[in-house]
Design a binder for this molecule. Structure first.
Ligand code: SAH
Ligand code: SF4
Ligand code: F3S
Length: 479
């Protein structure tokens, strides 16, 4: 028995000596991070405690990502390691159950169990709320494969977790408001792995935000594959979009900062832009992927807007909130992309100016239209373009960070910092900030002046040594 198991037994926590342990390894996007918490919540009443150590676990779940080939292949190499671990366990007379969840599970289903016999359970994102039942079935020795999809299941999976389930989550938390995608960009697997767009009802979202706040969360990031496609019946009887939802959540007790991700340029409506203008607690940071700066490639990708639409949109957003930091995603080497198309991407990046961004080489995904398009781009060309784009984006990120030297703003402190006596928090623009500050500021906002800027972090000093309540002006939902 390990020390903490002993401690758990003595204090009567976690079900004593009968406690089983689950280890969840998360790949991919924030939605998977949120879902991994949901899975451990669902298993807690079954006596499973979460562990950070795979060697301690009785159940290992890989929460997988299918977005690019590399991401999907990682799962099979991990399963190879787990096969060795399971054999070793069996020779010691200890069982190990292995589950594959997430988007690879949804996309490949039974194929995973065939290819990797170490796997006991394969289950997609719509079945996480039924995990206890799946585990019980698998412990009888049956191979469990659950990748059926229907909209009702999706709502059940998104039901509000109980108060007990929302344990202390730290200072920041994700909250899924929308799942799935109907946009069918020609490169992307998400509409196939996450299914059709579904929005959670306002009452569930508000209840979950309040529970998170009660558990000590001060910053909530609303999640969705297309978070700004969220819509629902509002409390005032009108149809709400994400903008109205943000105004409502700004009134939830205890929440001091709001963020949302990932949004699609086509779904940025006036109310959402107004939220950026009127809600101080909505952080001035917007992840708004454009993928490419070429109109030809935007069309081939089925993004359904032009580069000029994107420029105009950014002008409107910056007119509403001048200090907003832009972030994005880019794909280089989509089929048919010429040097001139790529030059358009570089030009768009120059014109917009990103505070941070992700960029990828196009990876053909089975079942998507892009995978069978003519004129696939050579790997060497993709690598060259990616290097040039990343160099530009990195220069922009460094310039943005450097521009914050000497500036004063609020930092939300999340945890102890790198050195004794330091705390780590985040700026409104998401950079980590290291500050000499007393531990009782964890979970609080305090005013900080930036004195130095590193590659990824900022370094600051407390201005008055006191916590500061977030000020949120004009939180009435606009008509
Ligand atoms: N819903 C978000 C994107 C989710 S996927 C949106 O519409 O922007 C996250 C990012 O992965 C995408 O923005 C895209 O840049 C990248 N991506 C998706 N499919 C890809 C593929 N086949 N090859 C390379 N990158 C891909
Ligand atoms: Fe994928 Fe496009 Fe949907 Fe984003 S909007 S999840 S890139 S299909
Ligand atoms: Fe990956 Fe699925 Fe997210 S494919 S990016 S884990 S929605």
């Amino acid at each position: 028995m390990t020390d903490d198991r002993q401690a758990a037994k003595e204090t009567g926590q976690g079900g004593g000596a009968n406690t089983r342990r689950v280890y969840v390894k998360t790949y991919g996007c924030q939605m998977n991070v949120y879902d991994s918490d949901r899975m451990s919540d669902a298993l807690a009443p079954e006596g499973y405690a979460l562990t950070e150590a795979p060697e301690e676990a009785d159940l290992i779940i890989l929460n997988t990502c299918h977005i690019r080939e590399k991401a999907a292949e990682k799962v099979y190499s991990e399963l190879g390691r787990l096969r060795v671990m399971k054999k070793q366990r069996e020779s010691e007379g200890r069982a190990l159950m292995v589950g594959v969840a997430g988007c690879v599970a949804q996309a490949e289903g039974e194929e995973i169990a065939r290819r990797a016999p170490v796997v006991d359970m394969v289950f997609g994102p719509q079945s996480y709320h039924r995990l206890p039942e799946l585990v019980r079935r698998a412990s009888t020795g049956a191979k469990v494969v659950e990748t059926e999809f229907d909209v009702e299941e999706k709502f059940a999976h998104l039901a509000t977790p109980s108060r007990k389930a929302v344990r202390a989550r730290g200072v920041t938390a994700f909250l899924t408001v929308q799942e799935g995608c109907d946009k069918f960009c020609t490169f992307c697997v998400v509409p196939y792995t996450r299914g059709a767009e579904v929005s959670r009802p306002v009452s569930q979202i508000v209840a979950e935000a309040e529970r998170l706040a009660e558990a000590g969360v001060r910053e909530v990031t609303l999640l969705g594959q297309n978070v700004n496609a969220w819509h629902g019946a509002g409390e005032d009887g009108r149809e709400w979009g994400l903008g109205e939802l943000l105004f409502r959540l700004a009134r939830a007790d205890g929440i001091e900062r709001l963020r949302y991700t990932t949004s699609h340029p086509r779904d940025m409506d006036d109310a959402l832009i107004a939220a950026h203008r009127d809600l101080d607690m909505l952080m001035p940071y917007l992840h708004l992927p454009v993928q490419t700066g070429s109109d030809r490639i935007l069309k081939a990708m089925n993004r359904r807007h032009t580069r000029d639409d994107y420029f105009r949109l950014i002008d409107r957003i910056r007119a509403a909130r001048a200090d907003i930091a832009m972030s994005g995603d880019f794909i280089v080497g989509f089929p048919g992309e010429t040097d001139a198309d790529f030059a358009d991407t570089m030009d768009l990046v120059e014109r917009v100016g990103y505070a941070s961004a992700f960029s990828f080489k196009y990876s053909p995904r089975p079942g998507t239209p892009g995978a069978t398009m003519d004129a696939q781009v050579e790997e060497a060309v993709k690598s060259e373009r990616l290097a040039a784009l990343q160099d530009l984006l990195q220069r922009q990120q460094r310039a943005f960070n450097a521009s914050l030297t000497g500036r004063t703003f609020d930092v939300l402190f999340e945890k102890p910092g790198r050195h004794e006596g330091q705390l780590a928090g985040r700026s409104p623009w998401l950079q980590p900030v290291q500050v000499d500050a007393p531990e009782n500021l964890i979970g609080k906002l305090a005013t900080v002046e930036i004195v130095d800027v590193g590659t990824n972090s900022l370094f600051g000093r407390l201005i008055n040594g006191q916590d500061r309540k977030g000020s949120n002006v004009n939180v009435a939902i606009p008509a």
